[in-house]
Design a protein around this ligand. Structure first.
Ligand SMILES: [Zn+2]
Length: 109
């Protein structure tokens, strides 16, 4: 699939970026807790936020991986629900989108 080679490369770049982000997040989370009780509460809150960020990054990574897999099997750019082509504009904004605008709005994402 020569057509999507550039897209595939940028998806791989995204994957590496997300991997970096996740590594930084888990480093932050592993910081030892401060002795001060108030500090501990703040850190626990921070960890929660970092946890959310980590989960978001993981979800995004999963979607990027799936998009790369779809390029490899020649299914890239096709809606996973209705099978219709996803618009080029949409793929430009979200290169790993797996749903067309119509199905995505019905799925609520
Ligand atoms: Zn669709």
């Amino acid at each position: 699939m020569k057509e999507y080679e550039e897209t595939r490369n940028s998806l791989i770049e995204m994957l590496e970026e997300l991997d970096d982000r996740l590594a930084r997040i888990s480093q932050d989370i592993q910081e030892p807790l401060d002795q001060n009780v108030e500090e501990q509460a703040t850190q626990a809150e921070n960890n929660e936020v970092l946890d959310d960020l980590g989960n978001a990054a993981r979800t995004e990574m999963e979607m990027v991986k799936q998009a790369i897999a779809r390029i490899d099997i020649g299914q890239y750019g096709l809606c996973q629900v209705c099978g219709k082509p996803i618009s080029k504009e949409r793929l430009k904004v979200v290169p790993y989108s797996s749903l067309c605008i119509k199905c995505a709005s019905q799925a609520g994402c």
